[in-house]
Design a protein around this ligand. Structure first.
Ligand SMILES: Cc1cc2nc3c(=O)[nH]c(=O)nc-3n(C[C@H](O)[C@H](O)[C@H](O)COP(=O)(O)O)c2cc1C
Length: 196
């Protein structure tokens, strides 16, 4: 199979990481892939904050988890059995799953396509990561995480203008499990061929 397609089909959300930090070489390639994502109006407005400070990631991950108001999983309705999310396992302490690297994508508050810009960059990042053997997981609630006292303070310290808002996180780290997580079967009737 075409290796680009194979990479897309095989990428899974990884939530169990080795404690070792990812190499700068891998990180730089992954970030470069993020920078080359499409952007609305070609504005390149998304900014990627890279945090490898374990203490800060733990504190922010705790805030991120506390902001989770979704439904907890049941035996039949769950996110992942192999790589449980905070919805699957209430004992998980961090919304960032103790990943050694946490990216936060920021974009202008008052721009219609900020979420889309950050999400396409996140997808490039996750696919690049997977191609290099780096696990990743897209994590929501970035707005809540960075509207906390700590988040606001860090945004200022990191020199990210207050007109920007955190839109999405991507966690990165080498997968702890040798076996890749399994994909759920694809739901049916999600493609509608029209106009014939
Ligand atoms: C917009 C978006 C938000 C997500 N937020 C979270 C999250 O907060 N926590 C988490 O563990 N996974 C999150 N995920 C990952 C999904 O749970 C995951 O993509 C889904 O279960 C399918 O699994 P796969 O990525 O392995 O194919 C998010 C994915 C998307 C697209």
């Amino acid at each position: 199979m075409n290796i680009v397609i194979q990479n897309m089909l095989e990428r899974r959300s990884v939530r169990k990481y080795k404690p070792d930090q990812i190499s700068d070489e891998d990180l730089n390639i992954i970030l470069e892939a993020g920078l080359y994502a499409p952007s609305a109006g070609s504005r390149q407005s998304a900014i990627i904050a890279v945090c490898q400070n374990a203490e800060l990631n733990a504190a922010l991950g705790k805030i991120n988890k506390a902001a989770f108001t979704g439904r907890n999983s049941t035996e039949t309705a769950y996110i992942s059995k192999d790589q449980p999310s905070i919805a699957d396992n209430a004992a998980i302490q961090s919304g960032f799953y103790h990943a050694p690297t946490v990216l936060t994508l920021f974009a202008p508050k008052n721009f219609l396509y900020s979420v889309a810009d950050c999400c396409v960059a996140a997808q490039n990042i996750m696919l690049a990561a997977h191609s290099l053997g780096v696990g990743s997981c897209m994590v929501a609630r970035a707005e809540d995480t960075f509207s906390s006292e700590l988040g606001r303070r860090l945004q200022k310290e990191w020199g990210i203008d207050e007109t920007y808002e955190a839109k999405i996180h991507v966690t990165l780290g080498y997968p702890a499990d040798a076996a890749p997580p399994t994909a759920k079967p694809r739901k049916e009737r999600r493609i509608i061929r029209v106009g014939a």
